[in-house]
Design a protein around this ligand. Structure first.
Ligand code: SF4
Ligand code: SF4
Length: 231
C-alpha cells in the first residue's frame, strides 16, 4: 500500500496558476485507505477549492488509479466534461497521478505527497514508478516523475548525454525522461513551468518515511524482534 498525505490547499491552488475550472480524480485503493483519495476526501477538497474561487465541474473516484485501463473506462462517459476543464487535480499516490496524466494527456496537478510504501508494494504493476519522495512535483513535469523515469534520477533537467531522444545510460530501452517531459509540456503549451522558480528544490529528508509510518507496519515487527520481542 502506498501511503499518501493531502497537500495543503494553498499549494494545490498555486499549481492552478489562474486556471478556474477543474475536475477531481480520486482513488478507491491505497489513497482511500490513506484518507486522501476516497469520495469523502474529494468532497472536502472540492469545498476547499470552491472557497478559494475554483470551480469544480465534477469528481470521480476510480477503483485503482494506478491501472490505466480502469481510468480509461471510468473517464469515457465523462469525456465532454473533461474537455471543458482547464486541468485535472488528482488526489492519490505518485503512480496514480502519473497514470492519470498519461491517459488524459491534459494538465494534471498532484493533490498528494506519497510518503511510503507502508511496508508492502500493493499497486497495480505498470510502467510508472514512485520513489515516495514526500514532495510530489509532478505538476511541473507533466505528470512524469524524473526520480524514476530518468536513469540518473535528475530533477533539474537533462544530463546532456541523450542522443536522438534516447537515454545515454540505456539507449536501446529508455527514452530520455526529460525529452519526454519537454515533449508533453510543449504539446500542452506549458513549457514555461520548467522556468518556475523553486519547483525543483527537493528536500531529500522527506524521502525517509516518518517514524510513525515505519512503526505501524513491517518495520514495527522487525524492531520488536530486534528488541527480543519487547513492545
Ligand atoms: S515526485 Fe515522483 S517520487 Fe515524488 S511523490 Fe511524485 S511520483 Fe513519487
Ligand atoms: S539521458 Fe535523460 S534520462 Fe538518461 S540519464 Fe540523462 S537526463 Fe536522465
Amino acid at each position: 500500500m502506498l501511503v499518501t498525505e493531502r497537500k495543503p490547499v494553498d499549494e494545490i491552488v498555486g499549481f492552478l496558476d489562474g486556471e478556474k475550472r477543474v475536475f477531481l480524480l480520486g482513488c478507491d485503493g491505497c489513497a482511500a485507505a490513506s484518507g486522501t483519495g476516497g469520495e469523502p476526501e474529494l468532497a472536502a477538497l472540492e469545498a476547499e477549492l470552491a472557497a478559494a474561487g475554483v470551480e469544480v465541474v465534477g469528481r470521480k473516484v476510480v477503483d485503482f488509479l494506478c491501472q490505466k485501463a480502469l481510468i480509461r473506462a471510468a473517464v469515457r462517459p465523462l469525456a465532454e466534461r473533461l474537455r471543458s476543464v482547464d486541468s485535472v487535480v488528482v488526489s492519490t499516490c505518485g503512480i496514480g497521478i502519473q497514470a492519470a496524466a498519461t491517459v488524459l494527456d491534459v494538465a494534471v496537478h498532484p493533490a498528494c505527497n506519497t510518503l511510503s510504501l507502508g511496508g508492502i508494494r500493493g499497486e497495480w504493476q505498470g510502467e510508472e514508478r514512485c520513489l515516495e519522495c514526500g514532495q510530489c512535483f509532478l505538476d511541473a513535469t507533466a505528470g512524469i516523475c524524473p526520480l524514476t523515469a530518468c536513469a540518473k534520477q535528475l530533477v533539474n533537467g537533462p544530463c546532456g548525454g541523450a542522443k536522438d531522444g534516447s537515454c545515454e545510460v540505456e539507449p536501446e530501452v529508455r527514452r530520455c525522461a526529460w525529452d519526454v517531459i519537454y515533449e508533453r509540456l510543449e504539446r500542452q503549451g506549458r513549457v514555461d513551468l520548467l522556468r518556475r522558480e523553486g519547483v525543483f528544490q527537493k528536500d531529500y529528508a522527506k524521502m525517509r518515511p516518518p517514524t510513525e509510518l515505519r512503526g505501524t507496519r513491517r518495520w514495527a515487527i522487525d524492531l520488536r524482534e530486534e528488541k527480543g520481542g519487547e513492545e
